[in-house]
Ligand binder design. Structure first.
Ligand code: ADP
Ligand code: ZN
Ligand code: ZN
Length: 813
């Protein structure tokens, strides 16, 4: 008897075992997909994790439904890595599988299929395929279950796979933008005119149509290069309008045809690397040296010190060894500039992996990595690119390692990409470089403890000076009436000076807590979200009130909903407000805004960043997004409108984060020849963090923060596990949280904090309670988790708690 254990993409704790035949046991390998029946006769795609001969004891193993692959699409390294993620972050392998694989790989009975618009090659379809194609003409969506019914059989996954590969159908996805292949329009002469006789006839017949003749002549000129001719190219070189070319196509002299360009391909020739400066050279050698004893090295380099150039050198070295490199970035949408720079060096050896890419694009990158294609030797991507099927990783670069977006909070697996990257590198026996101008406290601590190697770059490229940072006391300014709206006279003067010199300005407004809310001047009530425990945010542009937690919106009301008064005031100030004030203060300046509202969609950022680069925007107002890795040569002034709100945020990392944010934002000033200037407006200029920012004293900030962490039992000295309980019934969630708190306290004593009610205590009609478990370094983390798991197991069998939604977040910070 032969069996396979498979990972089913559902949140069950164990692998599930199915029966296979002897010949299947020879053919099948770990990492191949099989279709299996699971639960109430539902079909899922599962991944094989073991092949063996031991029957399960708890149930009778069913047969598999179907084999879906001829070779593994997931390798053993990935399986090991997934196991680590599942055990470390206390989630199921099924959840990891769902996060890891593009959904096109995970067809199941509930998957929705729809027609791909523009498919027109019906004659390429087999009979079964055509039946589905036809059914989709009458009905926009079909589930796989329905397709099974239409065809009267259960073995439909290969048919669907084939339809997808023929671009006839797509898997319907809510979260992703629909895939559109990039088709480029080419033009060619009809075969009929390939003979000299017909051609000369044509040319004389065109004697009276001068424009059309020019097009044909231009066509022949282009043809000498022997490359396909793009319609746009022909248009340009003939100097004629598209209408003329169209008319030639109508006359069947020319014809159009389309070639699908590789979606995630970049052209552009490769250039050699820039020679490193002597400081960079030294750092580079120190990194190589450090790699001999350390798997992970932290590179702390001030903004604009040329870390990217050093990474490029490390990457090219790996290429010579024919190894793959993963370049992790916090937010792929903001890396246009970085990708551009790396393309110049690595051209077609680079692929970008983007969660906003459509399913097909992600499948394509996956397959290229799986086949170790040269165009996927360097992968740039956000955290999910950790899951690609690397077989031969030599190096992982974690750029801006301090960034919070490396942590996934929802849904499970709640992993931290930096930490998961270090584990992945261990399995590959490869190296990791963590880079940042403002390392996270944990990483810097790890470097100090000798867990990581450490290399520092203290000179900016070209020895550009660090910006001059000035703290502006706005309490004083308000008192002396030197404020116009949210702008101090100092900031206004600095902006005017920069504008006069045709230099650009960035103004930074922290998002947290600055959402403008409406408040009644008579009774003080603010309109609340009906589903969440928060005030609605006022969007002046659309005249709407919106909830930033659940997306609820309503039109701005004229009268107070509580007392009926007309005196409604907008409190707080968002980027929109700042933009309006700027328009009043500097009516001639070109002002742009970059925040969540203006950057929706895949290319939202590109547009604004492009405009700013082209200097079509003089003053750019934005949220934290502005702090990330952007490089604008002409920016000489950065203003931070209010530093206090982020400092006062109730979180043990608030000070660390404020420091990082302010230093990173400041780093955008004066990257070219001229020394930049940063103005930070604050009510509290004597705050230690502001002093440290203004004197660029990372070391001092670190010492103070690490002391506090020590004193109050926070990471890196304690680990934190956060449990969240949610339910629509307020009393139920309360009971459950109290039960959980008591049970945990019995086992862990005073290491348990809570249950507590978070400041936003209800979201989407779910009431929320939290529990925190703090684990000292001397306690075994795995024992703690085992004990916690036992409590959770008992919790989940109590019938009145069955409907409680419980999530566990390891290292939740
Ligand atoms: P960081 O990543 O440390 O902020 P960058 O790598 O973005 O720094 O470098 C800042 C600027 O200096 C970039 O415009 C980059 O092209 C330039 N630069 C850095 N090192 C070199 C070098 N060795 N030769 C030429 N230009 C360099
Ligand atoms: Zn009122
Ligand atoms: Zn809401």
């Amino acid at each position: 008897m032969y069996f396979i254990d498979v990972i089913v993409p559902v949140p069950i704790k164990n692998l599930f075992t199915y029966k296979i035949t002897e010949s299947e046991s020879v053919f099948l390998k770990n990492g191949m997909r099989v279709a299996v029946e699971f639960g109430k006769s539902k079909i899922y795609t599962a991944i094989i994790a073991n092949i063996h001969t031991t029957a399960p004891t708890a149930y009778e193993a069913k047969d598999i439904h179907q084999i879906l692959d001829e070779y593994p699409i997931v390798n053993e390294i990935q399986l090991k890595h997934w196991e680590w993620i599942s055990s470390y972050y206390m989630c199921t392998l099924g959840e990891v599988l769902r996060a890891a694989l593009p959904s096109a790989f995970l067809l199941e009975s509930e998957t929705n299929i729809e027609l791909y618009q523009g498919f027109a090659s019906e004659n390429e379809l087999s009979d079964d395929e055509f039946l589905i194609f036809e059914a989709l003409q009458h009905q926009p969506l079909l589930t796989i279950q329905q397709i099974m019914d239409i065809l009267g059989k259960k073995t439909v996954f290969p048919i669907i796979k084939s339809l997808i590969s023929k671009n006839a159908i797509v898997v319907k996805e809510q979260i992703y933008e629909q895939y559109k292949p990039k088709l480029i329009k080419y033009v060619r002469l009809k075969d009929y005119y390939k003979t000299e006789e017909n051609l000369s006839q044509l040319l004389s017949s065109l004697n009276r149509a001068q424009k059309q003749r020019e097009v044909i002549l231009a066509y022949f000129q282009l043809q000498t290069t022997k490359k396909p001719i793009k319609a746009s190219q022909l248009q340009e070189s003939s100097g004629c309008s598209l209408a003329i070319i169209n008319s030639l196509a109508d006359k069947e002299i020319l014809e159009y045809y389309f070639i699908q360009t590789d979606r995630v391909n970049f052209d552009g020739s490769e250039n050699s690397l820039k020679p490193l400066t002597s400081f960079q050279q030294t750092a580079y050698h120190e990194i190589i040296e450090s790699f001999t004893n350390n798997q992970t090295v932290l590179l702390k380099g001030v903004t604009s010190s040329g870390k990217t150039e050093i990474y490029a050198k490390l990457i090219s070295e790996q290429f010579q060894l024919e190894k793959q490199v993963l370049y992790l970035v916090p937010e792929i949408a903001l890396t246009t500039q970085l990708i551009g720079r790396l393309q110049v060096y690595f051209g077609n050896q680079l692929s970008v992996f983007h969660s906003k890419y459509s399913m097909n694009e992600r499948v394509e990158v996956w397959n290229n990595v799986l086949d170790s294609k040269s165009k996927a030797q360097l992968i740039i991507g956000a955290r999910s690119s950790l899951f690609l099927p690397y077989s031969n990783l030599g190096l992982i670069i974690v750029d801006e390692e301090h960034e919070t977006s490396f942590k996934q909070h929802d849904p499970s697996p709640r992993y931290h990409a930096r930490d998961a990257a270090i584990v992945l590198a261990q399995i590959h026996s490869s190296k990791v470089i963590l880079g940042s101008a403002t390392p996270s406290i944990e990483s810097y601590y790890n470097a100090k403890q000798g867990k990581f190697g450490f290399v520092e770059l203290i000179n900016r490229f070209g020895n550009v000076q660090l910006p001059e940072i000035e703290l502006v006391d706005i309490k004083e300014k308000y008192r002396k009436k030197r404020m116009t709206g949210h702008f101090s006279d100092s900031l206004i003067t600095a902006i005017s000076e920069a504008l006069a010199l045709k230099e650009q300005v960035i103004l930074f407004q922290n998002r947290r807590g600055f959402a403008p809310v409406v408040e009644c001047e008579t009774c003080g009530v603010s309109p609340q979200c009906p589903q969440c425990d928060v005030s609605l945010t006022f969007h002046s542009y659309s005249k709407e009130l919106r909830c930033h937690y659940c997306g609820y919106k309503q039109a701005m009301q004229q009268l107070c909903g509580a007392c009926g008064s007309e005196k409604l005031d907008t409190k707080g100030f968002g980027t929109e407000q700042i933009e309006m004030e700027l328009n009043a203060l500097f009516p001639d300046a070109l002002v742009g805004r970059m925040d969540l509202d203006t950057t929706r969609g895949k290319y939202g950022y590109h547009k604004i960043i492009g405009q700013f680069e082209a200097q079509e925007i003089e003053i750019l107002v934005g949220t934290q997004m502005l702090s990330k890795g952007l490089d604008f040569a002409n920016v000489t002034l950065v203003g931070i409108l209010n530093a206090d709100n982020m400092l006062n945020f109730p979180d043990f990392r608030a000070h660390e984060r404020s420091y990082q944010l302010m230093v990173q934002v400041s780093g955008r000033a004066g990257r070219a020849e001229k020394r930049g200037k940063v103005l930070i407006q604050t009510f509290n200029p004597y705050h230690q963090i502001l002093q440290q920012v203004s004197t660029h004293s990372y070391e001092e900030m670190f010492k103070e923060q690490i002391d506090e962490r020590w004193q109050y039992n926070y990471p890196p000295f304690y680990r934190i596990i956060k449990l969240t309980l949610r339910h629509k019934n307020f009393l139920k969630v309360d009971d459950a949280a109290i039960w959980m708190g008591k049970s945990m306290t019995l086992v862990f004593g005073n290491l348990v904090l809570g249950p507590s009610t978070p400041s936003v205590s209800k979201i989407r009609n779910y009431y929320i309670r939290n529990l925190i478990l703090k684990i000292p370094q001397k306690n075994s983390l795995s024992k703690t988790k085992n004990n916690l798991q036992k409590i959770i197991n008992s919790f989940q069998v109590i019938s009145e708690f069955k409907s409680i939604k419980l999530t566990i977040d390891i290292d939740n910070y």
